[in-house]
Design a binder for this molecule. Structure first.
Ligand SMILES: NC(=O)c1ccc[n+]([C@@H]2O[C@H](COP(=O)([O-])OP(=O)(O)OC[C@H]3O[C@@H](n4cnc5c(N)ncnc54)[C@H](OP(=O)(O)O)[C@@H]3O)[C@@H](O)[C@H]2O)c1
Length: 341
């Protein structure tokens, strides 16, 4: 399968390395031979219809800062959208930075690919939070597949679990801890009795929080993931505007201690019932949702069966790259279901 990789940072490089390392296994087990025919970053594009060498891409990126600096295949200054129009890639893997205000540049990349009848896999939450219902319709209209399992829970298959394993039932409510950074901060406040700003600094030092932590601590990262769950798992047609969001910035240490004394812990809970909400709430320590540190956890409430809780690491370059690979295998199987091992 011919792949256009938009974004060559932590996730993009990790995905390329995985593809390179596991090609033989993918051919043997799934009849899938991934071939990266174009890669883009902010400096431009590198493209070769015969397939680019991953080792060489990584070396050029490390040495020169951009894949476009490759002497044979580089096209400095060419945008991903321009290159996509001309590319014969069958699948776009979109892993540029998340922007929840405009969705760009990912939104443009995804729309260009879908309109050009290319399948799309993305780990970029911005375009989905703003326009997932429209993007799913565009994919359907063009008879192509849009997948995004790495956007929620990193490598933990939260979306696939709810969509496929609970297929026989209907999910009527969801409660989850969808952001590892805020959970780490709240865990430190709970267990070490430190205030919010001290816990935030510890999260930044440990590499869990960005220098600008607002996406996480103000609740918007959780809200974007909630929107994706609502659309994909519960067939709702909602965007970020439909979520009521309160972050953890103003949490007082006394609230955290009071909850603890009552056998509870303060958590940033993202929930869907009659409405979509992200807000700090006390959770009983006996609740399976009450996980510590950077873990994520989601409880699905089906209409007929018992509640199910899934726990796992919420992010990470390798985990997310693996989720992208899972989506790629799924697209291959949907297109060519008759492959036999
Ligand atoms: N890292 C994780 O654990 C994780 C987990 C789940 C989801 N995600 C999501 O996955 C996406 C990628 O994350 P990341 O950690 O890999 O980010 P990253 O390291 O910042 O990499 C982003 C890449 O996108 C490129 N880029 C930026 N603007 C571009 C443009 N206009 N056209 C083409 N390329 C452009 C950057 O180019 P330069 O290299 O030239 O700067 C870089 O290669 C984000 O949306 C993120 O939210 C990440």
């Amino acid at each position: 399968m011919r792949i256009f990789l938009a974004g060559f940072g932590v996730v993009g490089q990790s995905f390329a390395a995985q593809v390179d390392k596991r090609t033989q296994e993918l051919v043997r087990r799934f009849g899938l031979r991934p071939r990266i025919v174009a890669v883009s970053d902010r400096g431009g594009v590198a493209a070769d219809p015969k397939g680019l060498q991953v080792k060489r891409l990584l070396e050029v990126k490390a040495a020169k800062g951009s894949v476009a600096a490759d002497r044979s295949f580089g096209k400095p200054g060419v945008s991903a959208a321009e290159a996509l129009e001309e590319s014969d890639a069958e699948v776009l893997v979109e892993v540029t930075p998340t922007d929840i205000k405009t969705g760009q540049p990912g939104l443009n990349h995804i729309m260009t690919a879908l309109k050009n009848r290319k399948h799309v896999i993305t780990a970029n939450k911005g375009p989905l939070a703003l326009a997932l219902p429209a993007l799913l319709e565009l994919a359907q209209y063009n008879h192509v597949i849009l997948r995004f399992s790495g956007t929620v829970g990193g490598g933990t298959p939260i979306l696939d679990f709810a969509k496929k394993c609970l297929l026989n039932d209907r999910i009527v409510a969801v409660r989850g801890i969808l952001n590892g950074t805020t959970n780490y901060i709240l865990s430190r406040m709970t267990w070490e009795g430190v205030d919010f700003s001290t816990a935030l600094k510890a999260a930044q030092k440990a590499g869990y929080a960005e220098a600008d932590p607002s996406m996480d601590v103000d609740g918007y990262d959780s809200a974007t993931k909630l929107v994706i769950i609502a659309n994909w798992v519960m067939d709702m047609k909602v965007t970020l505007r439909d979520v009521s969001v309160t972050g953890i910035r103003n949490i007082d240490l006394r609230e955290v201690k009071n909850a603890y004394d009552k056998g509870q812990e303060m958590k940033l809970i993202a929930s869907i019932d009659s409405k979509l909400t992200v807000e700090p709430k006390p959770v009983a320590r006996t609740d399976p949702l009450c996980v510590s540190g950077v873990l994520n956890a989601v409880t699905f409430k089906p209409q007929h069966g018992a509640e199910q809780t899934l726990v796992g690491p919420g992010a990470g370059g390798i985990e997310t790259a693996n989720a992208i690979l899972r989506d790629l295998i799924e697209i291959k199987q949907a297109l060519y279901p008759t492959f036999e091992v």
